[in-house]
Design a protein around this ligand. Structure first.
Ligand code: MN
Ligand code: MN
Length: 265
């Protein structure tokens, strides 16, 4: 069974707030009537049959350490019996506790990260827990076997150095082909920041970074991953910037494709 968890936390955003409203808005797409509940490969996602929506976490404050403790402990308890977890953020900072929980269960964990940004800052705006830093924090733990970042188009000098320091495999958008798929290793966790898409396809994100992927390109890459993924998160959807729920529907479509990639058959 796949466990679906909402993580409505956006206090570590460096620019705009809004992703805290994402989980509920994405869920609405399931019931508002314009789409069915099938992934393209033919899996129908039915609550209670192949996935269980465990609702949203509730945060008592915006303190990142308290929030991250709650996220990590909930993630750990949801996956301990062998279930897979898909989380709806939230800003990208929530991937740190989510992936850390997986790294404790799956030794030698590998990460596939789709994003316009490398999110490798050592320290951004004096906030070690910023959504600009989760992958620096994860690599510091020493528990991540490999990190592959795809769609990146904002590297500055510092982040290039950070990528080198941590041995990150960076496939910049300008160099994108699908050959990285053959280098992926199991067990694999997938972290998907919606701003990897061009803003034309996904305007509902906080950081509009032109020159990104089409929705079709991203779906093709997900479908071509050569084995099942063990966990995933879908982050940075910002309903406050969306137009007619276009990006919410993109997120709902990607949610189904990610769940399909978690299925064993
Ligand atoms: Mn990100
Ligand atoms: Mn991003």
């Amino acid at each position: 069974m796949i466990q679906l968890l909402g993580v409505p936390f956006d206090a570590n955003s460096s620019f705009l707030r809004g992703p805290a409203y994402a989980p509920q808005r994405i869920r609405w797409m399931e019931t508002e009537g314009s789409a069915n509940s099938f992934s393209e490969d033919g899996h129908e996602f039915i609550p209670g049959k192949n996935y269980r929506d465990v609702g949203d976490l509730s945060f008592e404050s915006t303190d990142p350490q308290a929030a991250f403790q709650l996220i990590k402990s909930q993630a750990k308890s949801l996956i301990q019996g062998g279930d897979k977890l898909i989380a709806l953020g939230g800003d990208h900072s929530v991937s740190y506790p989510l992936i850390d929980a997986h790294a404790e269960k799956y030794s030698g964990l590998n990460i596939l990260h789709f994003d316009a940004h490398a999110d490798l800052y050592e320290n951004f705006d004096q906030n070690l827990y910023s959504h600009a830093s989760p992958f620096a924090r994860l690599m510091e733990t020493g528990r991540i076997n490999s990190l592959t970042q795809v769609g990146i188009r904002t590297l500055n000098l510092h982040q290039r150095e950070q990528a080198k320091r941590y041995g990150v495999h960076v496939i910049q958008m300008k160099d994108l082909t699908d050959s990285f798929l053959q280098t992926l290793q199991a067990p694999l966790y997938l972290s998907l920041d919606l701003d990897v898409l061009d803003p034309a396809y996904a305007p509902g994100v906080s950081h509009h970074e032109p020159g990104g992927m089409s929705t079709r390109q991203l779906i093709d890459l997900i479908q071509k991953i050569p084995f099942e993924i063990i966990g995933a998160d879908l982050v940075e959807y910002n309903p406050k910037r969306d137009l007619n729920d276009v990006t919410a529907m993109v997120a709902y479509k990607l949610l189904k494709e990610l769940m399909a990639k978690m299925m064993r058959d």
